[in-house]
Design a protein around this ligand. Structure first.
Ligand code: PLP
Length: 449
């Protein structure tokens, strides 16, 4: 593909391209890295350097790179019908079949799907949908949405508002009105002397306090990722989710599970809520739905909400030109076929998931490693200045960046969120590739001493 790789690409990029979540001033000085090819769990940059991508792009390339059957399915669909919409009385067969397929993996409990192009659009979609639902059932005041500190739900105005990242709120005068936050179940950093179980209950009960403060009659929904991803793979203590479900039921509040990362096998279950054993009312999805081969997302909708949308609301004035895009839907269908046929969910649950847990746990003998939470193929390594007191380094971001860069130099892609190193490899990663990943990380930690 030489037409995409002229020798002055870096200069062109600096002159014309603003990247998402990137300090362009620094990047233009250091030079951006162009990724040009992928196969299995590996990618290559334009200099020919090979990397093991233990982050699956951005938590999304679940079936790995180089799946020609997905490309071929999309190609055939584009030849036959590249685009038609699902507005005003039409749709396309792939969109319909994809909705059915997704619902089938929830046991039919999340019976309907509304399609979007991304996780952020899915957030905006359920946000409006939740308010529309409550208005339709005679509770028009139920409009407020409660989310969590350090949660991530996308970059649109609603997404960044619901997200609990202060540094995002600082840009664009966020959060918008009607959004409130409670604490996160990050025991290692915030649990103090409590046991993880006691801490899990305590932070869950912040939801009850917030609802009572706002008045349940004003609260539409609570949203959380089953495991916080971008916030640092924060695995909640076992007491957390049952208590959250109890509270949302008690006060008649919709529970929204953001499954954008945790969906489609990442935790060794089709969806994260199944791993934790609760039923959400709405659940945004994206990423692993198509393994990133084409952009597509959506909101999975429970029968309870779907019934009201269909029978009471009628026309939900909401949608995107590309909602249910046929080529993206075909790519997603082929991706899900691969996950089913290769038994990738079971593979994560029974084989490589438990293996990653053990492999990460083996790092705990390292003086700089605190906890190593991991479920399925979503894990983290917490770097600590003092294991006994769980004290963290003064500049956690610098520590994480140093480790990440050391790994990059040695051909391994991991993500650093502050002082936590995050793993989210393709679901096809082998045991020996997990060993290689952990070994490289150990060397990077040694280099910090
Ligand atoms: N929700 C979660 C949990 C995410 O991790 C992300 C992206 O990382 C989003 C929503 C937003 O998805 P997108 O980047 O496709 O808009």
């Amino acid at each position: 593909m030489t037409e995409f790789a002229p020798s002055n690409l870096a200069a062109i990029d600096a002159a014309h391209h603003i990247h998402p979540f990137s300090d362009m001033h620094k990047l233009n000085a250091s030079g951006t890295r162009f990724i040009s090819r992928g196969e299995g769990v590996h990618i290559w940059d334009s200099t020919g350097k090979k990397y093991l991508d233990a982050f699956a792009g951005l938590w999304c390339v679940n079936v790995g790179y180089g799946r020609t059957s997905i490309a071929e399915a999309a190609f055939r669909q584009m030849q036959e019908l590249p685009y038609y919409n699902s507005f005003f009385g039409t749709t396309t067969p792939p969109a319909t079949l994809l909705a059915q397929k997704i619902a089938s993996h929830t046991g039919g409990r999340l019976s309907h799907v509304f399609f979007t192009n991304s996780g952020s659009e899915a957030t905006d979609t359920w946000f409006r949908m939740a308010r529309v639902y409550w208005k339709a059932v005679g509770h028009p005041l139920k409009t407020m949405v409660i989310a969590r500190t350090n949660g991530y739900h996308g970059s649109t105005v609603a997404g960044a508002s619901l997200g609990g990242m202060k540094w995002m709120h600082e840009q664009g005068n966020l959060p918008i009105a009607g959004v409130q936050h409670i604490g996160q179940p990050y025991w290692y950093a915030e649990g103090g002397d409590l046991t993880p179980e006691a801490f899990g209950l305590k932070v869950a009960q912040e939801l009850e306090a917030k609802i009572l403060d706002l008045g349940a009659e004003n609260v539409a929904a609570f949203v959380a990722e089953p495991i916080q991803g971008a916030g640092g793979v924060i695995v909640p203590p076992s007491t957390y989710w049952p208590e959250i479900r109890r509270i949302t039921e008690k006060y008649n509040i919709l529970l929204v599970a953001d499954e954008v990362i945790t969906g489609f096998g990442r935790l060794g279950s089709w969806f994260g809520h199944q791993h934790f054993g609760f039923e959400p009312d709405l659940a945004p999805i994206a990423k692993g739905l198509s393994s990133g081969y084409l952009p597509i997302g959506g909101v999975m909708i429970s029968e309870r909400v779907a019934k009201v949308l269909i029978e009471e609301v009628g026309d939900f004035h909401h949608g995107f030109t590309y909602s249910g895009h046929p080529a993206a839907a075909v790519a997603a269908l082929e991706n899900l076929r691969i996950i089913e046929e290769e038994g990738l969910v079971e593979r994560v649950r029974d084989d490589v998931g438990p293996y990653l847990v053990q492999a990460l746990a083996s790092l705990r003998d390292h003086e700089l490693v605190g906890e190593t939470p991991s479920v399925g193929l979503m894990g983290a390594v917490q770097i600590t200045a003092d294991k006994a007191t769980r004290r963290r380094f003064d500049k956690p971001d610098d520590i994480g960046t140093q480790v990440r860069n050391h790994c990059l130099d040695n051909g391994l892609i991991l993500r650093a969120t502050g002082d936590r190193m995050l793993f989210s490899p393709p679901l096809i990663i082998s045991r020996s590739e997990i060993d290689q990943t952990v070994e490289t990380l150990r060397h990077a930690l040694d280099a910090l001493r």
